[in-house]
Design a protein around this ligand. Structure first.
Ligand code: ATP
Ligand code: PRP
Length: 205
């Protein structure tokens, strides 16, 4: 039996066609149900659909053998217990620093609003800048406008959300896309089975 953990939302929409091409499909009735463990067309493959940030947790602890999560989420989680095997090249965007145009960011301590606390700390530390992190769970773009922070660290794709809130992208922290991750122990114990599916998924990218 193999369990695959998928991130719900926009990543799921782009992962399902990839899996289907690789030969794993989830019936519509399963996807539309309230079930948390979904059957697939392959009897010994089950799928669980989780909040994006929970995917590496399930994979790390072996509750799922492999999973799909954004690089943003993986950088926050760290590499403990998981191997990142494939760049699926879906849900592409950029992790960036953004602020109001002409905002003075040369302060001794910058206030940074973000849900990406680890990535923000690492990035500004490398720049030799001291920061105070304000942890948010969404609507980061609001923070500089209402004076909660000097800047934000958030995902940018089209740039429309920044523009709509009078913010400008300033610095690129990391290119983001979704990755296939595998539980490091399962990668050894179920190697043949897992590599077979990974190969099929790789060919579907
Ligand atoms: P949660 O529900 O856990 O708070 P979320 O609301 O951020 O997560 P989504 O917006 O579906 O969930 O984003 C999930 C993943 O999709 C992110 O981790 C990132 O890898 C990717 N992503 C987020 N925003 C974009 C975007 N604008 N363009 C492309 N990919 C994105
Ligand atoms: C993400 C991200 C930005 C937006 C960027 O938010 O947090 O707000 O997308 O995309 P853009 O550059 O194309 O405008 P999302 O739509 O996932 O909303 P959420 O963070 O509230 O879940």
């Amino acid at each position: 039996m193999l369990t695959i953990a998928l991130s719900k939302g926009r990543i799921l929409d782009q992962t399902l066609p990839l899996l289907e091409k690789a030969g794993i499909s989830i019936p519509k009735s399963e996807l539309e149900s309230r079930k948390l463990i979904l059957d697939t067309n392959i009897a010994d493959i089950k799928v669980i659909v989780l909040r994006a940030s929970d995917v590496p947790v399930f994979v790390q602890h072996g509750a799922a053998d492999f999973g799909v999560a954004g690089k943003d989420v993986l950088m926050e989680h760290g590499a403990d217990g998981v191997f990142e095997l494939l760049d699926l090249e879906i849900s592409k965007c950029k992790l960036m620093v953004a602020a109001e145009k002409n905002k003075n960011l040369n302060k001794s301590t910058l206030k940074v609003a973000t849900k990406y606390v680890k990535s923000a700390k690492e990035y500004f530390y490398q720049q030799g800048k001291q920061i105070e992190v304000i942890k948010l769970y969404g609507a980061m773009e609001l923070a500089p406008i209402v004076g909660l922070s000097d800047c934000i660290v958030d995902l940018v794709d089209t740039g429309n959300t920044l523009k709509a809130n009078n913010l400008v992208p300033l610095e690129l922290i990391h290119e983001i896309s979704s990755r296939l991750i595998v539980n490091s122990a399962a990668f050894n114990t179920k190697h043949a089975e897992i590599s077979d599916w990974i190969q099929k998924i790789e060919q579907s990218i």
